[in-house]
Design a binder for this molecule. Structure first.
Ligand code: GLP
Length: 242
């Protein structure tokens, strides 16, 4: 079931999302949380940091999984998602290396790299709460528009639109990796609860498709209609265009 939550502005959206995450962790301190990268959840991570500093929440016993990583970037690369998570959240709220799981962007054998992440998900899962952003083309994690859904962790070619959108984080477009390793839509759908955040109006069309009642792998986020518990948090700016 999809629930739409309209927030006045980005700060409010970030606060509401932080409340949902904090509630989950407070109710079940050993929760498995699925984290997302991108600019959208940065405000959420700032709010969680504030709550942690005030002693309102702690993350001592959680375990984490991240959605995706660029292929070819090692953990310390300034644009790796691993580093993003340490700088924006993990390093600020006392989360330790032993608590986290990340797909590896550096590997000899792609099949083995994907299988390893799958076994970790199987062993530690299911994810209790999965945080998602959304691409303007409807991607979730790095599940790009395609002719069919891929359920498990896999390597994908990034869509041109995604490479262009993410070029802002690199010196220029040529530096953006062309491939990524990502959880599949099946891994995402296995999460018990999902929150999807969309604050920029460029995402409105993709969000609208999620409510369209047609599940279409060419807009991967449409699969979320089949999930029992999805909250979609949008700003007024996005809601006005739905
Ligand atoms: C990225 C990530 C996604 C993210 C999306 C939107 O490429 N792989 O997990 O949700 O694109 O990013 P942003 O929030 O920066 O718009």
């Amino acid at each position: 079931m999809l629930q739409l939550i309209v927030c006045d502005h980005y700060e409010e959206l970030s606060r509401q999302a932080a409340r949902i995450v904090a509630k989950q962790v407070t109710n079940k301190p050993t929760s498995v949380i699925g984290f997302a990268t991108g600019s959208t959840p940065v405000g959420l991570y700032q709010e969680l940091t504030k709550m942690y500093q005030k002693g309102e929440v702690n993350f001592k016993q959680i375990r984490t999984f991240n959605l995706d990583e660029y292929v070819g970037l090692d953990k310390e690369h300034p644009q790796s998602y691993y580093r993003f998570m340490w700088e924006n959240l993990f390093g600020k709220v006392g989360i330790e290396k032993s608590q986290i799981h990340f797909p590896s962007g550096i590997f000899q054998d792609p099949v083995q790299a994907c299988n390893e992440y799958e076994s970790q998900l199987k062993k530690e899962g299911p994810i209790d709460l999965q945080i998602l952003g959304i691409g303007a083309n409807g991607h979730i994690g790095f599940n790009e528009p395609a002719e069919s859904f891929i359920l498990n962790t896999h390597i994908i070619q990034l869509a041109d639109k995604t490479i262009e959108a993410n070029a802002r984080f690199f010196r220029d477009k040529s530096e953006v990796p062309r491939q990524a390793i990502t959880m599949g839509v099946g891994n995402i759908m296995n999460a018990k609860k999902i929150i999807l955040l969309a604050s920029d109006k460029s995402k409105a069309k993709a969000v609208q498709s999620v409510f369209s009642s047609i599940v279409d792998p060419r807009v991967p986020a449409t699969i979320l209609q089949l999930h029992a518990d999805v909250s979609i948090l949008v700003t007024n700016e996005v809601a006005d265009l739905l």
